[in-house]
Design a protein around this ligand. Structure first.
Ligand code: BES
Ligand code: ZN
Ligand code: ZN
Length: 491
């Protein structure tokens, strides 16, 4: 998609539809600073349109630069914030997509007192313009919607650099969305490894190292091996080093790369398994973030790690009740083979601790279903042993709209993971499932500043919402990228 801006209303180009934002007030006021044709107020005069949040009214106009005008309600002026801008403009974009038009203009809602309004508007437009349609016959021809190709924003000075930056971030988010949405038989551990290798060809600052099955065995990454046992596909342990800054500071970002989660012998029920190709969303976020960091040339050092395998079911599958030795040396009783994410992450965290001298470790994972019971589909759970990085991620959530909530690493629940046969077991019972998952990971962090993002609720939508279309959301890329940008100023 191509986005341009024109400062003056009279300079605007011809388009299929002009979106005009309105406030909900007694006499509806236009949120943009433009002088529009009085005839376009017909829906308002007839009390068909009030400017309520997400309200839309479509008019066909004659003899103008546009064929249609779409009145877009933003809600009450005093209630407008980042969230409502994202929600309302995504709604406008979706309406245009369903009209099957590909060239639109948008009047900039200048009168809204929202910080970084231009950036948020650009993000809303770029990110809501995504559809996964590859697997449909004749691709978009049969679809009820069409992607938008050209947008002109009217009433704001163009910022080319910002547009390019958001384009790059959108490519990174859509990379994750595509990886997750593709069949699990396409997005395999090998595919993730190949992509990571490709990254080292597009940037000199990226060095990729891939451990295959033999090397994983040699290293004694016993938990990754255990989870992989039931799968006909090899596991890969993928490391992407990005080095730009002459400093010892290094962030390690680890993503759960379960390319399909059947639950293993503790088999998932049919309906719970349906969305489990999304269980590599954390791995996708690692690739998306490293791509964005490299393309936007961020002056930081970061290492991405992806432990990648399927959690498949087979005669060779790892077994509930058996004990496996982790890369750290700690023995782990596997009480439930469906709690596999924490197992592969534990070995990855140990690798970071042993080999990378990290300043901080961040892991991102579709770790539990319990987190979506607690926080729903829009808020990621954050568990951290470090107040400073928690405060930073909270700020990033506020500026990106990817929401987070801090969850407790409550010590008192550690005993739920006590095992009679091993150093620790991998599940702690039904209650506080997201917390015990995080407490399990904490055991391997050796008190390095660490943050665990549980995106079990946010990674995959059955229904579109806001910026997010059906299925994979790509949640986490913008959040972590923003965190790293803030970090750049701190180190
Ligand atoms: N991948 C799942 C978690 C998940 C479930 C993510 C639903 C997104 C949506 C994870 O591997 C898992 O199965 N976790 C179990 C843990 C339990 C066995 C302790 C869960 O959440 O039920
Ligand atoms: Zn599982
Ligand atoms: Zn899983």
């Amino acid at each position: 998609m191509n986005i341009e801006s024109k400062l003056r209303f009279s300079e605007r180009s011809f388009s299929e539809c002009l979106i005009i934002p309105f406030f909900e007030d007694k006499v509806p006021e236009i949120a943009a600073d433009i002088d529009i044709d009085k005839r376009w107020m017909v829906s308002i005069e007839n009390k068909d349109f009030f400017g309520k949040k997400k309200e839309l009214s479509l008019l066909y106009v004659n003899g103008e630069k546009e064929k249609r005008v779409l009145l877009l309600g933003l809600g009450k002026k005093e209630d407008i914030n980042l969230e409502s801008i994202i929600t309302c403009f995504s709604e406008g974009i979706k309406r245009c997509q369903s009209l099957k038009i590909d060239n639109i203009s948008i009047a900039f809602p200048k009168k809204c007192e929202v910080k970084d309004l231009y950036r948020i508007l650009l993000e809303s437009i770029f990110l809501s313009n995504y559809l996964y349609h590859k697997l449909k016959r004749d691709s978009l021809k049969d679809e009820k919607v069409k992607l938008i190709e050209k947008v002109e924003i009217i009433g704001v000075k163009e910022d080319k650099e910002l547009i390019e930056k958001i384009k790059t971030l959108t490519i990174s988010v859509n990379l994750v969305r595509d990886l997750v949405n593709n069949n699990a038989d396409d997005t395999t551990p090998k595919r993730l490894a190949d992509l990571a290798e490709e990254f080292s060809k597009i940037s000199k600052k990226i060095k990729t190292t891939v451990f295959d099955k033999k090397r994983i065995e040699k290293e004694k990454m016993g938990l990754i091996q255990a989870v992989n046992k039931g799968s006909p596909r090899e596991p890969y342990f993928i490391v992407l080093d990005y080095t730009s800054k002459k400093s010892n500071d290094r962030t390690v970002l680890i993503g759960k790369g379960i390319t399909y989660d059947t639950g293993g012998l503790s088999l998932k029920p049919t309906t719970s398994m349906e969305t489990m190709k999304s269980d590599m969303s954390g791995a996708g976020v690692v690739l998306g973030v490293i791509y964005a960091v490299a393309m936007l040339d961020l002056d930081i050092n970061i290492t991405g790690i992806i432990p990648a395998t399927e959690n498949a079911i087979d005669g060779k599958s790892y077994k509930p009740g058996d004990v496996y030795i982790s890369y750290s040396g700690k023995s782990v009783e596997v009480e439930n083979t469906d709690a596999e994410g924490r197992l592969i992450l534990a070995d990855a965290i140990t690798y970071a601790v042993k080999k990378l001298n990290p300043s901080r470790i961040i892991d991102i994972a579709t770790l539990t279903g319990a987190i979506s019971i607690a926080l729903g589909e829009e808020i990621a759970g954050v568990f951290s042993n470090d107040d400073k990085i928690w405060k930073m991620i909270k700020k990033s959530a506020e500026s990106t709209g990817e929401k987070v909530w801090r969850m407790p690493l409550y010590d008192g629940y550690r005993e739920k993971l006590n095992s009679r046969i091993a150093d620790i077991k991998n599940v702690g019972g039904k209650e506080a499932g997201a917390i015990t998952g995080a407490l399990f990971l904490k055991e391997f962090t050796e008190d390095i500043p660490w943050m665990h993002l549980d995106i079990g609720g946010c990674a995959y939508y059955k229904k579109p919402k806001g910026l997010f279309s059906y299925f994979a959301t790509g949640f986490g890329v913008r959040l972590i990228f923003d965190f790293l940008e803030k970090l750049k100023n701190e180190i």
